[in-house]
Design a binder for this molecule. Structure first.
Ligand code: NAD
Length: 497
């Protein structure tokens, strides 16, 4: 496929109550292309008053609009329509996503192609799951349950897989009958704006879906603290999640937290060497290493360590960095100069801690972008910061272990618990080790393959709650029980002479 151009984009407005509007303060912020660090466009900067407008619209649409009360088949027809419209835009969304984030176009295409399935999947799920249970108490009573939408859902998303993560939250929230205010990440507003355009085109009633661009400390904070917002679904950094839980406590919101990771990959000496090598390399360098489930801590069994590291180094040197719009690029530039500085600072930290950094020069032609070359940190130990803290870039920390017991101990000796990967041809050991690793998601002899029906999320500092499958359905609905008397049964009486 021909190389795409890095073309400037039209400025972006907020989407409130079915209209594209400027921010009340008239403030804007610049959105940058990580490949060139040039401005892509200006974005209206929503603040507290814009959040208030958006929440008021969403509240009104929830309380007085037809969205939650319309026939289910009618609501789900809108959801299927959104999926169809996304399918028409896949190439465009992938392009915008790569322009905005620096993620290689081949990878954004795959990711975006799955986004419409988020809508179809939750339409099917709501169709089959929006059912109640009836309890036949006795001849006088029948009790039944209902699953009702919660209200106004505040959705706050990160920049590392913007469209995928936004649709992953918007789809179940809308399909279950909630109304939504989305606050996308400030570093990646393009595809969220396209989602607003798609949903506008699908003709959803006004106020059902709103997007307020802006910064976390202002727009995000106002959404989290707003008394008319019933729940917050958040994906982002662990420290931000912690702040959001605190800030949402006064208004008693339900929260779902999908947070950071520092996931181990364990390669035992009986593993399929080449497949394990493929998995290690893809798992850390795909999505520029800016992936929550990245296997950023590699533990190799000692007796194959030298051979594995040698093969790994050869592969890592070969990983192709380049223009995110080029189909052959494997690693593109990092999202933003601020994030670039953070990732690069860890290379110095590694050296200061006594580890060895194996990296390479960035070609001159790419130096204006936020490129960090695929990097390995060897001679590292598990107590080093580079083995404990989320770097969120193309940086792999390599360590080793003697036996199974030590592998499990080292893997678990970290604050995070999002994912883990085990490579062994001993099927019993595969299960055994997976059972012992403290993480929400484990893969045995597999890469990061996902099925939308299964739970997604982490333990320890990686999150609270699960998304995906019926877990999201449960989060976005409230259970209600109705007790009905069907006969004049004896009732208890007070104060009757
Ligand atoms: P971030 O926490 O900096 O920002 C995420 C979102 O929160 C942004 O929209 C931001 O504006 C908003 N925000 C920031 N401060 C806020 C506040 N005080 N109140 C309300 N909102 C606020 O995260 P990021 O840098 O955009 O994303 C990278 C992080 O996301 C990494 O840690 C990564 O592991 C994590 N992540 C986790 C998952 C998962 O499913 N567990 C998936 C993807 C990314």
């Amino acid at each position: 496929m021909a190389k795409l151009e890095h073309v400037k984009q039209p400025d972006i407005s907020l989407y409130i109550n079915g209209e594209f509007v400027p921010s009340e303060a008239g403030a804007t912020f610049e959105n940058y292309n990580p490949f060139t660090n040039e401005t892509v466009n200006l974005v209206q900067e929503g603040r507290k008053s814009d959040i208030e407008k958006a929440v008021a619209a969403a509240r009104d649409a929830f309380d007085n609009g037809p969205w939650r009360t319309m026939k289910l088949s009618e609501r789900l027809a809108y959801i299927y329509k959104i999926a169809d419209l996304i399918d028409e835009e896949v190439e465009n969304i992938a392009y915008l996503e790569s322009l905005d984030t620096g993620l290689p176009i081949k990878q954004t295409r795959n990711m975006v192609a799955r986004a419409s399935e988020n809508f179809r999947f939750y339409a099917r799920m709501v169709d089959s799951r929006l059912i109640g249970e009836a309890y036949q108490v006795d001849e006088n009573f029948i009790n039944y349950t209902m699953n009702v939408p919660v209200g106004v859902a505040g959705l706050i998303t990160p920049w590392n897989a913007p469209f995928m993560l936004e649709t992953w939250k918007v789809a179940p929230a809308l399909a279950t009958g909630n109304t939504v205010v989305l606050k996308p990440a400030e570093f990646s507003p393009l595809s969220a704006n396209l989602l607003a355009q798609v949903i506008d085109k699908a003709g959803l009633p006004k106020g059902v879906f709103n997007v307020v661009h802006g910064f976390g400390e202002t727009a995000g904070d106002a959404l989290v603290k707003h008394p008319d917002v019933q729940l917050i679904s958040f994906t982002g950094e662990t420290t931000t999640g912690s702040t959001i839980i605190k800030n949402s406590a006064d208004t008693l919101k339900a929260t779902s937290m999908e947070l950071g990771g520092k996931s181990p990959i364990l390669v035992f000496d009986d593993a399929d060497f080449d497949r394990a090598l493929d998995a290690v390399v893809w798992g850390i360098f795909s999505f520029n290493g800016e992936r929550c489930t990245a296997n950023s801590r590699l533990f190799i069994q000692e007796n194959i360590k030298d051979k594995f590291i040698e093969a790994l180094e050869a592969r890592v040197q070969n990983v192709k960095i380049g223009d995110p719009m080029d189909d052959t690029t494997e690693v593109g530039p990092l999202i933003h100069t601020e994030h670039y500085d953070k990732v690069v600072s860890y290379l110095q930290i590694a050296k200061d801690e006594g580890a060895t950094v194996i990296t390479r020069e960035i070609p001159e032609e790419y130096k204006r972008g936020n490129f960090v070359a695929p990097t390995m940190i060897v001679n590292a130990t598990n107590d080093m910061r580079v083995a404990q803290e989320e770097i969120f870039g193309p940086v792999l920390t390599v360590m080793s272990f003697k036996d199974e017991e030590e592998a499990v101990r080292l893997a678990n000796d970290v604050d995070y618990g999002l994912a883990g990967y085990v490579w062994t041809n001993d099927i019993k050991r595969g299960h055994r080790v997976a059972h012992q690793i403290d993480a929400g998601m484990l893969w045995v002899n597999a890469q990061n393959v996902r099925d939308l029906r299964t739970p997604f999320g982490g333990s320890k500092s990686s999150g609270i709650g699960r998304e995906g499958g019926h877990y999201a359905f449960d989060f976005y609905t409230e259970k209600k029980i109705i007790h009905v008397s069907v006969a004049d049964h004896p009732i208890q009486q007070f104060g009757k002479q």
